[in-house]
Ligand binder design. Sequence first.
Ligand code: PLP
Length: 340
Amino acid sequence: MNDQIDWSNLSFGYMPTDYNVRCSYSDGKWGDIEVSDSPYFNIHIAATGLHYGQEIFEGLKAFRGKDGKIRIFRLRDNAARLRDSAKGLMMAQLPEEKFVEMVKKVVKLNERFVPPYGTGASLYIRPIEFGTSAQVGVKPGKEYEFIVFVSPVGPYFKTGFKPSNICIMRQYDRVAPRGTGRWKVGGNYAASLEAGERAHELGYSAVLYLDPKEKLYLDECGPANFFAIKDGKYITPASESILPSITNKSFMQLARDMGLEVEQRHITVDELETIEEAAACGTAAVASPVGEIDDLDTGKKYIISKDGNPGPVTTELYNRLRGIQYGEIEDPYGWCTIVE
Ligand SMILES: *Cc1c(COP(=O)(O)O)cnc(C)c1O
């Protein structure tokens, strides 16, 4: 354990750790796993990852459980999603087994950075893959680098599990209707920065994007999925431009276990009138409850949380998921991988 770190006051940011792990793809195959103690990478100035945006990533977490064991949450789902993203950008697909081995290895090597149980902190794991071939012609590269680094992180919102307000701004889209939204692509984030900064300046935690084609249905909530609770149902948008969140998928299962019906369908802006609870969800924050949704184009304000607290269903979903991640409650679906 690292006693230099104030575990209970960590921010959600980068902190140097001891090691990262790497694997290169060339001549049509992935090489051996390398361990590095350097946070730098030497890259060719004509690499496809730099000028044509061949870059994808993942985000997952490891938790120190109540029993002292380290659990990685839904590792294989992230491995599979990285492969989907790679396919989408015509990049080399890393075998799932290699992903699993490398993530376990980097966590084990940085074991002293896994925050103690009870601090609310965790070890954030960031796998990235990018094109390294020197090319100028526009075509998929032949060489790739896959790197996994980690950083201990605190809760995403310092203020805790409390509702925040979000806004709708129709002049911005995160992705194109049949574009790269369904893959975890760095470029999608670059495309969302201006809208995100604008929303922050106006005092909102995120932008609630509408579908980029018709601007009628709810899409993603900043870099997170969106769900709502209404009439005993868990409702989340169905859209080709949404990144399939593993947190959202987990909540859908937990909602069913709680006796809720799950609907993945279009949600119109008008329907916000009738929802009882809403939240954004993703690995970083798990669930961030929504207080109010302001439509900046129509001036309409949808008050979701009337008393300023998260709703009961969102709270129960949040507690169940955290309980599984910290080994406090049973893991009936085998979502956690224990690092031996
Ligand atoms: C990573 C990400 C999410 C959340 O996915 P999780 O698997 O739950 O962490 C949601 N939306 C976007 C755009 C993302 O990149």
